[in-house]
Every structure is written in structure tokens, then in C-alpha cells.
Ligand binder design. Structure first.
Ligand code: BTN
Length: 321
């Protein structure tokens, strides 16, 4: 299926005969595979008698070799897969099966992309980046404190390096452009947090998704393409993201989040804003002061500073709620 997609990705017409000859299969086998592209990946294929088949739009697929080459300075294996339920889920299965960390998985699409607080992450084929990295943590939970904020910085730097203006971070781990979400981060722990465990770092980055997905997404969002005004090649972005993740993780392991806190606060979008912090059924309202060295959010509530931390909390601007 991937080989067929590679042949078709230029968006031009290809006859069934030529496709069959390139792949060493019959024309009817090609026809079957084309049906598979529709059903498995949601890829639209046009068929015109006398001309052949072409994709509705040209595709630029992820190239595992190109991405891995850019990440070759360090010991992360990088794999690209066409379709998965969730890259985080696949990484967990591989760790449970004994595959050694660190490694990184990217998928062209996810059928059950996981978001925070049980949400679904919209993950159409060949549009965005869906990436999970897994690392082993030996030193107990202190090491993963504020890790999601550090990852937010790595994603923000990837966007800034790609020429995007108005990039900022929102506690605890969203990356926004001009107030619209462009990336989400989901950290999941595997193993015994008191002993040896693995942390799965999932990053979804909207690269080429267009507003036709508005209905499926329940918050203001954007993509790199919408910001830059042109289609973006995902391969250099994936390579940059992996490099930035490596760079920021190294800093985090060395000196914790405290060494990165100033930088995070420099990109913090909501400092000084009135906001509500939602923790299950409970809501606390106050003025956002910033974050502390442990990555907890600092709020001024009725004249008193209060700090909150935890993966299930969410923050909303007061005028949004
Ligand atoms: C959020 O809700 O903001 C977090 C979204 C995280 C999505 C990414 S996409 C790659 C990885 N695999 C998943 O299933 N989820 C994360």
C-alpha cells in the first residue's frame, strides 16, 4: 500500500498498467489496493477512463530515512508507520514487548489519537505530525516533574525556527499561535513510578490541516499551513522537532525545569490574565502569576498566591468560559 502511495503522491495520472508494472502485480490487484487506500487511509483517488488514477491532491509523505538521518547525532531510533490507532499506544505495546528505549515513532495517521482528559486527537492521513518518543526514567518521579512544560518549549522552538510568528505556551502543555492551539502534548507513564519506568511523550503538531476540520475540533485551532499561507513539507519539521526534543530533554535531565523556567515564562501567553482553573467539578479563579520551578501554575486568588499542579487540571481565560 505504501509503495502504491509513493507512486501516486505526485498527484499526476498513472495508468493501472504502469502502476501494476512498477509494483509487479496485475491491474486488478492495483484496483483492489486503490480501494484499500480509500478505506484504510481515507485517501481520495480519482479514476478517469483512458488516463488512469490520480490522487485528489498531491501528497508529501514522511520519509523515515530523511528524518532518521537528521536525528543521527544521538541514539534514538526513528520509525515511520502508515496508520496506527495511536502512536502513544503503539509505543507502550512495544515497551511491554521488550523493545529498548529510547525510540521515536511517527504515523501518517491515527485512528484513535489520544488527547488529554480522554479527548480524541484529530489525526488525518499525511496532514500533520503525530509523534511519540519514549525514554526510560531511573531516578524516580522528580525527573518527570514539569517535563510537559519542557516539551512545550521544544515544540514552540520548532515552530519559531520554521518562521512562525506569535508562538506561545499555555500551561500546562499547549502550544498556541496567535491564541489558537497548534500542538498538543500527552505524557503517559509506564511502569513503577517509584522505581524504573518509561515516559511516553506524545506530540501532535498541526502542519497542513485546513479549516474543513473545524467541526471535529472543539476549540480555536490553527496549523502551520494556515499561519504561513502555504503547504509545509513535514520531513524537515519532523527532523527539527526531534532535534529540539533531544536538546530540551538533555537540558531537563541536567538541571530540571528550573533552568528552563525563565525561557518558558518568556513565551507564556497568559501571564497577568484572569483565568479559571478547572479540576474536575471544582473551579478556582484568579490572576495568573506564572509557574514555579516544579512547573506548577501560580495563581493570585483573593490576594493570596496559590500553586496548582497535576495532569488533569485545565486552565481557561475568564472571558472564554
Ligand atoms: C492534547 O489533548 O492536547 C494532547 C494531544 C496529544 C496528541 C498526540 S498525537 C501523537 C501522540 N499519540 C496520541 O495518541 N496522542 C499524542
Amino acid at each position: 500500500m505504501q509503495a502504491l502511495l509513493k507512486l501516486l503522491q505526485d498527484g499526476r495520472f498513472h495508468s493501472g498498467e504502469a502502476l501494476g508494472a512498477s509494483l509487479g502485480v496485475s491491474r486488478s490487484a492495483i484496483w483492489k489496493k486503490l480501494q484499500g487506500l480509500r478505506s484504510e487511509f481515507g485517501v481520495e483517488v480519482f479514476s478517469v477512463p483512458g488516463k488512469g488514477y490520480r490522487l485528489a491532491e498531491p501528497l508529501a509523505l514522511l520519509d523515515g530515512e530523511v528524518i532518521a538521518r537528521c536525528a543521527s547525532g544521538f541514539d534514538w531510533d526513528v520509525h515511520v508507520l502508515p496508520s496506527l490507532d495511536s502512536t502513544n499506544a503503539e509505543v507502550m505495546r512495544r515497551i511491554n514487548a521488550g523493545v529498548p528505549a529510547p525510540f521515536c515513532l511517527l504515523a501518517e495517521r491515527q485512528t484513535a489519537g489520544r488527547g488529554r482528559r480522554g479527548r480524541f486527537w484529530v489525526s488525518p492521513f499525511a496532514e500533520n505530525l503525530y509523534c511519540s518518543l519514549v525514554v526510560r526514567v531511573d531516578g524516580g518521579m522528580r525527573q518527570v516533574e514539569a517535563l510537559s512544560l519542557t516539551i512545550g518549549l521544544a515544540v514552540a522552538r520548532t515552530l519559531i525556527a520554521s518562521g512562525i510568528d506569535g508562538v506561545g505556551v499555555k500551561w500546562p502543555n499547549d502550544v498556541l499561535v496567535r491564541g489558537r492551539k497548534v500542538s498538543g502534548i500527552l505524557l503517559e507513564l509506564l511502569g513503577d513510578p517509584a522505581d524504573i519506568c518509561h515516559v511516553v511523550i506524545g506530540v501532535g503538531l498541526n502542519v497542513n490541516m485546513l479549516p474543513e476540520y473545524d467541526q471535529a475540533i472543539d476549540q480555536p485551532w490553527t496549523s502551520m499551513r494556515q499561519e504561513l499561507g502555504h503547504c509545509v513539507d513535514r520531513n524537515p519539521i519532523a527532523a527539527e522537532l526531534i532535534n529540539q526534543l533531544h536538546n530540551y530533554l538533555s537540558k531537563h535531565w541536567k538541571s530540571g525545569f528550573s533552568g528552563l523556567r525563565k525561557e518558558w515564562e518568556g513565551l507564556h501567553l497568559w501571564a497577568g490574565s484572569e483565568a479559571s482553573l478547572i479540576a474536575g467539578a471544582k473551579t478556582v479563579s484568579g490572576t495568573i502569576l506564572g509557574v514555579n520551578d516544579g512547573g506548577a501554575i501560580r495563581l493570585l486568588v483573593e490576594g493570596r498566591e496559590v500553586v496548582f499542579s497535576g495532569g488533569e487540571l485545565s486552565l481557561r481565560l475568564r472571558h472564554d468560559s
